[in-house]
Design a protein around this ligand. Structure first.
Ligand code: SF4
Ligand code: SF4
Length: 158
C-alpha cells in the first residue's frame, strides 16, 4: 500500500492528500521482523513497473545509488506490491525511499558545488581582466612618460 504513517493527528490535510486511513492495531498490526532476502523473485513478478526490486534492495543497502539509478529506481511508484508479497517481510519501499532521498541530496550537493565552481571561475576571469586592464594602463603611462622624456631630451639636444 502506498503512503506513509503520520507522526500524529495534528498533521494537516493538504491538496495533495488522497486519502487517510485510520486503522486500528488489528487491521494494521506491527510488521513481522525483516529477514534476509531469499531471492525468490516474487517481488519482481509483482512489480507493475517491471523493475527488479531485489536488485534495488541490494543497491540501496550498499549505498550504490548510481547502480540503483541505472536499474531505474526513479520509475518505482512506491506502490508497495513488492513488499506485500515478500516472504522475508523486507520493507522494500522504505529502502527505496531512503535511496531516492540520498540521490536527491547528492544531486543537490553536486549542483551546489557546480554553481560555486561557476561563480569562482567567473570571479577569477573578472579579476584577470581587471589585472590585464590595469597593466595596460600602467604600460601606456610608462610609454607616454618615456616619449615625453625623449621629446625633452631631443629639445635640449637641438
Ligand atoms: S520477494 Fe523478498 S525475499 Fe523474495 S527476492 Fe524479493 S526481496 Fe528477496
Ligand atoms: S514499490 Fe516500486 S519496486 Fe516495488 S512493486 Fe511498486 S513499483 Fe515495483
Amino acid at each position: 500500500m502506498m503512503g506513509f504513517t503520520l507522526p500524529d493527528v495534528n498533521v494537516p490535510v493538504v491538496k495533495t492528500t488522497n486519502c487517510l486511513l485510520a486503522a486500528d492495531i488489528t487491521e494494521f498490526p506491527d510488521p513481522p521482523p525483516e529477514q534476509a532476502c531469499i531471492r525468490c523473485g516474487f517481488c519482481a513478478e509483482a512489480c507493475p513497473a517491471q523493475l527488479l526490486p531485489q536488485q534495488l534492495l541490494w543497491f540501496a543497502k550498499a549505498q550504490e545509488f548510481e547502480k540503483a539509478e541505472l536499474f531505474n529506481l526513479a520509475d518505482c511508484i512506491e506502490c508497495g506490491a513488492c513488499a506485500y508479497v515478500c516472504p522475508s517481510s523486507i520493507p522494500l519501499v522504505q529502502y527505496y525511499r531512503y535511496a531516492k532521498g540520498e540521490i536527491r541530496h547528492l544531486k543537490a550537493d553536486q549542483s551546489k558545488s557546480d554553481n560555486a565552481r561557476v561563480r569562482f571561475e567567473a570571479r577569477q576571469a573578472r579579476l584577470d581582466k581587471e589585472q590585464a586592464e590595469k597593466e595596460a594602463r600602467r604600460k601606456a603611462r610608462a610609454d607616454a612618460a618615456a616619449a615625453q622624456q625623449k621629446a625633452k631630451a631631443d629639445e635640449s639636444g637641438s
